[in-house]
Design a protein around this ligand. Structure first.
Ligand SMILES: Cc1ncc(COP(=O)(O)O)c(C=O)c1O
Length: 383
């Protein structure tokens, strides 16, 4: 057979994050490349999912998610995110990834331009490109990853339809402040844009900073599709449970798209997550932040000591660090050097920037303490 890959699929290269994970496995290394959270599973999740399975909840659910899960998400959206959501404003989908894909599928046409902050999360870029949407890149400038509102305005054309806001952000760890969000709210209203958000790291914030949902800011005047999920909060990346929150009209279009692409999220796991949102005490969320902050500090301090200056993240669980002193002519060379010398896998900056990423790398700290400590010890070989 003479197979041909579809034109659409041709740009879907294996991501550098997966590549580095494979290279790392090949040398039996410590994988700080991929965001696989290996925290223990909260018992309520497995208990309630198992109970649901045994009670026969193994069939298609409503396309937008079971009632109790949408009720719990809406309640959490009101209490934690300060978003005025009712259960009918929620679409449960195949992870935050599925929710964002469904939203883009439902809302935009080929050729529409979407503003994407750079450094970006590769899935965001590919999600847009796979739907023939055009990412238009806006710089976040280190060390604070600030954007320039005049630069954003200059990017707007007749085709611009939306801006994607990832907060807390992967890979920079930036948390958009209330002032920044209000500026973006004015910008969206002025230019008739939708704000698509990705708030998957909403519970992982440091140094006393709070996550602020764009949809909670009046300046956006309701023009927000909020995307989030439980992959990171409950360390259940393989369960594929995410959702979006949107207004009464839009939510139906997104629901139809998610129905076509995913049919529904896994039925028994929806019960598990609903009960976990309801039953897990506040102390869990406090401890989640504290644990990640400690891990961040351990890794940042090792990187600083090695002269690999880290951009200290405010949230999420990645550190971008300056690896320009590591031998190599680009980021990939340098990441391979780090892997060969220390057995620690990291992601070269080229994965997050169209150009100029060669001097940075991303280190993930969603690992057990013992693994972080081992990785730090190994990294000392770079001295
Ligand atoms: C910014 C961001 N959004 C979404 C995801 C994936 O979320 P989900 O597992 O809910 O699809 C990730 C995972 O790394 C991420 O970093």
């Amino acid at each position: 057979m003479n197979y041909q890959q579809s034109k659409k699929a041709q740009f879907l290269l294996q991501s550098e994050i997966r590549n580095m994970s494979i290279e790392c496995d090949d040398v039996n290394g410590i994988n700080l490349a991929q965001g696989i959270c290996d925290l223990p599973l909260e018992k309520v999740l497995s208990d309630k999912a198992r109970e649901a399975m045994e009670a026969g909840e193994n069939h298609y659910t409503r396309y937008d998610g079971i009632d109790i899960l949408r009720e719990e998400i809406a309640k959490k959206a009101r209490d934690f995110n300060r978003i005025n959501a009712a259960p009918h404003n929620i679409v449960v989908s195949g992870g935050a990834t599925g929710a964002l894909y469904s939203a883009c599928f439902a809302l935009f046409n080929p050729g529409d331009e979407i503003i994407l902050f750079e450094p970006y999360y590769g899935y965001h870029e590919y999600t847009l490109m796979s739907l023939d949407l055009v990412p238009v890149y806006a710089a976040l400038t280190p060390p604070d990853w600030k954007f320039n509102i005049d630069e954003l305005q200059n990017l707007v054309t007749k085709k611009t339809k939306a801006i994607l806001i990832c907060t807390p952000s992967n890979p920079t760890g930036k948390i958009f402040s209330a002032e920044e969000l209000d500026m973006l709210g004015d910008f969206c209203v002025k230019n008739n844009l939708i704000a698509l958000t990705d708030e998957i790291y909403e519970y992982i914030t440091f140094d006393g900073l709070q996550h602020i949902s764009p949809a909670s800011r009046e300046k956006f005047n309701g023009r927000v599709v909020t995307v989030s999920g439980y992959s990171k909060t409950f360390s259940i990346t393989g369960w594929r449970l995410g959702y979006c929150i949107a207004d009464d009209e839009i939510v139906k279009w997104i629901g139809n798209a998610s129905d076509l692409i995913y049919v529904c999220a896994p039925a028994p796991l929806q019960y598990g997550v609903a009960c976990a949102i309801r039953d897990i005490p506040q102390s869990f969320y406090t401890s989640l932040k504290e644990q990640y902050q400690r891990k961040r500090d351990i890794l940042c301090s090792t990187l600083s000591g090695l002269g690999l200056t880290p951009y200290i993240p405010k949230g999420a669980y990645y550190i971008l660090a300056d690896i320009s002193s590591v031998p190599g002519k680009n980021g990939k060379d340098r990441a391979m050097y780090i892997l060969a010398k220390t057995g620690v896998g990291v992601v070269p900056g080229e994965a997050f920037l169209r150009s100029g990423g060669g001097g940075i790398a991303r280190f993930c700290f969603a690992k057990d303490y013992s693994v972080i400590e081992q990785a730090c010890e190994r990294l000392l070989k770079l001295k």
